[in-house]
Structures are given as structure tokens and as C-alpha cells.
Design a protein around this ligand. Structure first.
Ligand code: UD1
Length: 426
């Protein structure tokens, strides 16, 4: 077991340069998409995070062979030898259900464990299943597993009742090999969905409306191999922008896509931070002494991302006045609040709203990370909290951030990873 230890201070600006990794939420569907072809798919700019290794374990079980070289991955599934995503893997990473669409399209069968509840509220997969059913798949639920089969998927019109990133991705992948045309309406428009479409187009898919709410897919009989560069992680970049604003620092971010981060940048500028696009693919953030409070409502892209909500909450604890954050995507996504209270924050939760009263000085404490973005939020809080902050359960952090403690250290933070064993021996 490992922990993060931070010695924080309200007067320790982070300064320097940081390189942003490839997007976790783009690489996971890209890896799942490689199941749609017998040929090699070569992905560059992959982040070396735990979720990537989890999906690669699943892919190996299904018959894939892969090789990682630095931040490049070559993966090939000549034959699908199994078609099951086990409960252990789906429980470790919900995105494992992304193999459902590709398996059905290529192999005609799939068995996937139902994800069940997770730390940030119940996250059903009804919209994935409903869409695949409309394409011609049949499902039965047995012993906690969805058993799916489809002799042939057939294109049709599907309108998502609610925007779903994973659901849109699963349906796009399935439709690429379906017979005829599929029209998907009310699609999630996240850059990661568009990146998946770009990859599929390179593999030979016929997709119109990339990045739009309505996507049209003309099924083809087979897809081929290709190479694709994964887009930068806008949430990791956003986390470092908040770190710059929060510590009144001066940070240069390399390998970013500011056009994917418009709402995040807008909100940070409103809070008082100075953000400039230096040259293509790079951003500079300079924090200001005075942080302005503001209200934020999370919503599907291009709205404010739920994955940045926890990090922004820390910034709002340092704003001069009251801010309200409304979480509309996931229920129970305020678990980090209790941890922030332990550091001295003044936050009240009423249903889907968190009311943050600033400015409150934070003081270091022992905390526990409850999910991926909550871990990032605790790290940010630890940077400005006086004294020592310990963050337990950092396996959540490792799921989605590549070497975050090393990157922060380079910027001047006093942060280290310690193993519990080492601690016990003290
Ligand atoms: C993805 C991201 C996650 C992000 C989330 C929302 C990945 C690997 N993960 O998760 O980091 O926080 O988008 O931006 O890309 N829903 C249903 N039925 C379904 C599917 C979803 O009701 O069948 C609901 C969910 O409970 C949630 C909302 O739709 O309230 C959005 O979820 P969705 O966009 O599907 O999230 P994920 O794809 O799981």
C-alpha cells in the first residue's frame, strides 16, 4: 500500500514546466476499438496509468497481444479467443464495458459483468444495452453478468435519452461493422468521443458528424490496422491549471489542446488567474493574489466537466466569498467534501449543491481518497494546507494520473510517495 505525503504551505507558488500525458479517457476506448480488426493498431502518446494496464489485462484474456514501448502501444487481436469481461475487471474499472460493442460487432457474442454501484453513485449501463438491442443484439442477465449475442447487427436510428460518453462510444464501435446505416442522436460530444471516431475512420470506418450531436455511421464489412496519436488529457491539464491558480504560481503546460478546455480556462480566468496560449499546444497559467468566488454547474461537454469539479472546489475554498458548485452528472460525487472539511474547509452539501465559503486557511491532515478526481483534489488541497497532509488509498490516483507526484515535485512541491510498510517500520 502506498500513500502520498505533502508538506504544504499557503505561500509556496509552483513554478516551471510540465508535460501533459495522453488522455486516459481517450486511450481506453481506442484500445477497445482495436478489437474490431484482425490487424495491428499502433497508438502513441498513451498515458502509463493503471486503467490502461487493467484494460490490457482484459484484452489479453480476449486474445489480444500487445507491446508497450515508452508511451507507444501496438496491439493486435488476430482471433477472439474468449468473450468475457469478468466481474473483477469491471469492478476495478467500469470502462471495461467498452469491449461490449466491439465484441458483439466482430464476434457476435459478449459476456460482461454488470458494474454495480461505485463510489460516485450508481452508474447504470441501460443506455448501452438499449442501443445495442436496437442494433439487433439480445441480452439476458444471469448471475450478475449480461450475456449478449447478435447474429448480425443492423443499422437503425438510436436517440440517447441522456448524454453518455461510454454509451456513445460503445454504440459507435458496434455500428462500424453493422449492416447499413446507423444514426445516433443526442451523442456525447466529448473530445475523447471525437478522438475515437478519428481512430475508427483511419481504420476504415465510415463516420459522419464527428464531434457533433448526431453521428451517422455506414457499416463496412471489415476494418483494418492503423496508427493514431492519442489526444492530450484535458483533465490532467485542468488539474495543473488549478494548481497554478491555487498556489499563485507560474506554470507552463506543454502538449495540451486548449480548444478542448474552453470552459475550464474561462472559469479559471474568471477566478482571476491569467492564462495565455503561448504557442500551439502550450499554455501558461499565472495565479493572482485575489481569487474570485463563482458558481459552477457541471454538464456534458462543452459544459464544465464533472471530472474537474473536485479540483475546482479546492480553488473555491480560497476565494473571497461564497461559491456554489452544482453536480448534475453523478449523484454522490461530493465524497471529497468530508476530507476537505478535515483540512479546515467550510463547505456544506445540500443535495446536488456544494456551498463553499471562502476564504478558509487549510491545515494538513491525514485523508483518504475516495475516487480518482477526489485524490487529485486532496493533493491540490495538501499543497496549500499548512504542514503535513497524508493521502491514503492512492490506487485511485494511479488509475488516471501518470506520475503526478513527480510532475508536481518538478514544479517545486514537497511531495513524495511512501509505502505503508516503510511507515510501519518507523
Ligand atoms: C465517462 C468518463 C468519466 C466522466 C464521465 C462523464 C471514461 C472512461 N470515463 O464515464 O471520467 O466522469 O464520462 O463525463 O470516459 N448513464 C445512465 N445509463 C447508461 C450510461 C450512463 O443513466 O447506460 C448516466 C450515468 O449514471 C451518469 C451520466 O449518464 O449520470 C453520464 O455518464 P457517462 O457519460 O456514461 O459516463 P462514463 O462513460 O461512465
Amino acid at each position: 500500500m502506498e500513500k502520498i505525503r505533502i508538506i504544504g504551505s499557503p505561500e509556496k507558488p509552483l513554478r516551471g514546466k510540465v508535460t501533459i500525458s495522453g488522455a486516459k479517457n481517450a486511450v481506453l476506448p481506442a484500445i477497445a476499438a482495436s478489437l474490431l480488426t484482425r490487424e495491428k493498431v499502433h497508438l502513441t502518446n498513451i498515458p502509463l496509468v493503471k486503467d490502461v494496464f487493467t484494460i490490457l489485462t482484459l484484452m489479453s484474456e480476449l486474445g489480444a497481444e500487445y507491446e508497450i514501448n515508452g508511451n507507444s502501444l501496438t496491439i493486435v487481436t488476430r482471433d477472439v479467443i474468449r468473450h468475457e469481461a469478468s466481474y473483477q475487471l469491471v469492478r476495478a474499472m467500469r470502462a471495461s464495458i467498452l469491449v461490449l460493442g466491439p465484441l458483439l460487432a466482430r464476434h457476435g457474442q459478449a459476456v460482461v459483468a454488470l458494474p454495480g454501484g461505485c463510489a460516485i453513485g450508481s452508474r447504470p449501463i441501460d443506455l448501452h444495452l438499449h442501443g445495442l438491442e436496437k442494433l439487433g443484439a439480445n441480452f439476458i442477465l444471469e448471475h450478475g453478468y449480461i450475456k449478449a449475442e447478435a447474429k448480425k447487427l443492423r443499422g437503425t436510428v438510436i436517440e440517447f435519452e441522456k448524454k453518455t460518453v461510454g454509451g456513445t462510444e460503445n454504440l459507435i464501435m458496434a455500428a462500424t461493422l453493422a449492416e447499413g446505416e446507423t444514426i445516433l442522436k443526442n451523442c456525447a460530444q466529448e473530445p475523447e468521443v471525437a478522438d475515437l471516431c478519428e481512430l475508427l475512420i483511419k481504420m476504415g470506418a465510415k463516420i459522419d458528424g464527428v464531434g457533433e450531436e448526431t453521428i451517422r455511421i455506414k457499416g463496412v464489412s471489415e476494418l483494418g490496422g492503423t496508427s493514431h496519436d492519442i489526444i492530450p488529457d484535458r483533465i490532467e491539464a485542468g488539474t495543473f491549471l488549478v494548481a497554478g491558480a491555487l498556489t499563485r504560481g507560474d506554470i507552463h503546460l506543454d502538449q495540451v489542446r486548449p480548444d478542448h478546455m474552453t470552459t475550464i480556462i474561462e472559469k479559471l480566468r474568471y477566478s482571476g488567474a491569467k492564462i495565455e496560449e503561448k504557442e500551439e499546444g502550450s499554455l501558461r497559467v499565472q495565479g493572482s493574489e485575489e481569487i474570485k468566488p463563482q458558481d459552477i454547474v457541471t454538464s456534458p461537454y462543452p459544459g464544465f466537466p464533472t471530472d474537474m469539479q473536485a479540483q475546482f472546489m479546492v480553488l473555491m475554498t480560497q476565494a473571497n466569498g461564497t461559491s456554489i458548485i452544482t453536480e448534475t452528472i453523478f449523484d454522490r460525487r461530493f465524497l471529497h467534501v468530508n476530507e476537505l472539511l478535515r483540512l479546515g474547509a467550510n463547505i456544506e452539501v445540500h443535495g446536488d449543491k456544494a456551498i463553499i465559503k471562502g476564504k478558509t486557511p487549510l491545515s494538513g491532515a491525514e485523508t483518504t481518497a475516495t475516487d480518482l478526481r477526489a485524490s487529485a483534489c486532496l493533493i491540490l488541497a495538501g499543497l496549500i494546507a499548512k504542514g503535513e497532509t497524508i493521502i491514503n488509498d492512492i490506487e485511485h490516483l494511479d488509475r488516471g494520473y501518470e506520475r503526478i507526484e513527480e510532475k508536481l515535485k518538478q514544479l517545486g512541491a514537497s511531495i513524495e510517495r511512501i509505502s505503508t510498510e516503510k511507515e510501519n517500520k518507523k
